[in-house]
Each structure stands twice: as C-alpha cells, then as structure tokens.
Design a protein around this ligand. Sequence first.
Ligand code: HEC
Length: 154
Amino acid sequence: MKRLLPLLLLAAAPLNAAEHSHEAAHGPALEHRKPINLSAEEKAHIHQEMRLFLSGAQKIVTAAAANDMKVVATAARELGMAAAHAVPADLRARLPLEFKKLGQATHQGFDDLARDADSLADANHALRQLGQVMSNCVSCHAMFRLEAHAGGKH
Ligand code: HEC
C-alpha cells in the first residue's frame, strides 16, 4: 500500500503536474546545477572521461584492500594530469573556470596518490587520499550538468 502513495498524491494535484513535469522526469530534487552547453560529441567525451574516473576509483579501492600498491599506483597514474591533456583545446576553452579547476585538482590528486603509493606503499594513506580526491567529484557533480545541442557547437 505504501508504494501507492506517491501516485495518489500526483493524482490529487493535477494542476501542479505541468509545473513539476521536469521534476517528475528527473527525480524529486530541484535542478540547481549550472548547465554547460556543448556539442553531443563533447558531452560524450566528458562522459567517457567520467566513466574512466569511476572505473579507476574502483580499481584503486579494490587494489588498496588487497594491499597491492603497484596496481594502486598504476590505476591512479592513468587518471593523472597526463590524461587531462587529452581534452581537445576548443572543448577546454568552453568549460567554466571552476569546472577546469576542479578537474585539474582531481587529476593532480590522482598523481599525488600514485606518487605516494609508490614511495610509501601505505594502503590506508591511499584510501584517505582517494576520499579527498573524490570530494572534487562530489563538488563538481553538485555544481554542473552538461547540455548537448544536436546542431553542433554552441
Ligand atoms: C570538473 C567537474 C567534475 C569532476 C571533478 C568529476 N565529474 Fe563526473 N561528471 C561531471 C559532469 C558535468 C557530469 C555529467 C552530468 C550530466 O550529464 O549532466 C559527470 C558525470 C559523471 C558520470 C556519469 C557518466 C555517464 O556516462 O553518464 C560518472 C560515472 C562520473 N561523473 C564519475 C566521476 C568520478 C568518479 C569523479 C571523481 C574521481 C568525477 N566524476 C569527477 C563533472 C565532474
């Protein structure tokens, strides 16, 4: 019975439905994130980089738990500043400064993590660093969303 409640509330407020259709489609939170306007390819490029961040973080956690600090270092280095240089110049030019700062802090954080994993080989230290690096993921996700325009570049 509990599951029916949201539907009943919607049915009871048909006049609000149009106003809140955006909310209904995207979950209960109001959209406060700033849109960044990009081409579809640029959005896909960033999403792909993001999936690399996620899989790299997964590798780091798994390897740190197994105390395999060589794998931690390799996985972290793959997400370092060297990877950031793969961003095309015209895309980079269109990203807000705060976005670039958070992105750079993230790449640098992974470089620091890689260096320490090599020199200290301390799994707990690596996990603490990962927690700090990932606060950049959280901040940026709270601040920005991507909007793609099918007709090419904005
Ligand atoms: C500089 C800003 C920024 C940073 C830092 C950042 N992200 Fe993202 N991330 C975004 C944006 C913007 C999106 C796309 C949201 C949208 O589509 O509207 C995104 C999307 C994603 C997605 C979804 C990708 C897809 O294919 O849909 C994943 C997963 C993700 N991020 C993981 C991470 C992880 C893990 C980190 C940190 C290690 C991270 N991100 C750091 C801005 C950032």
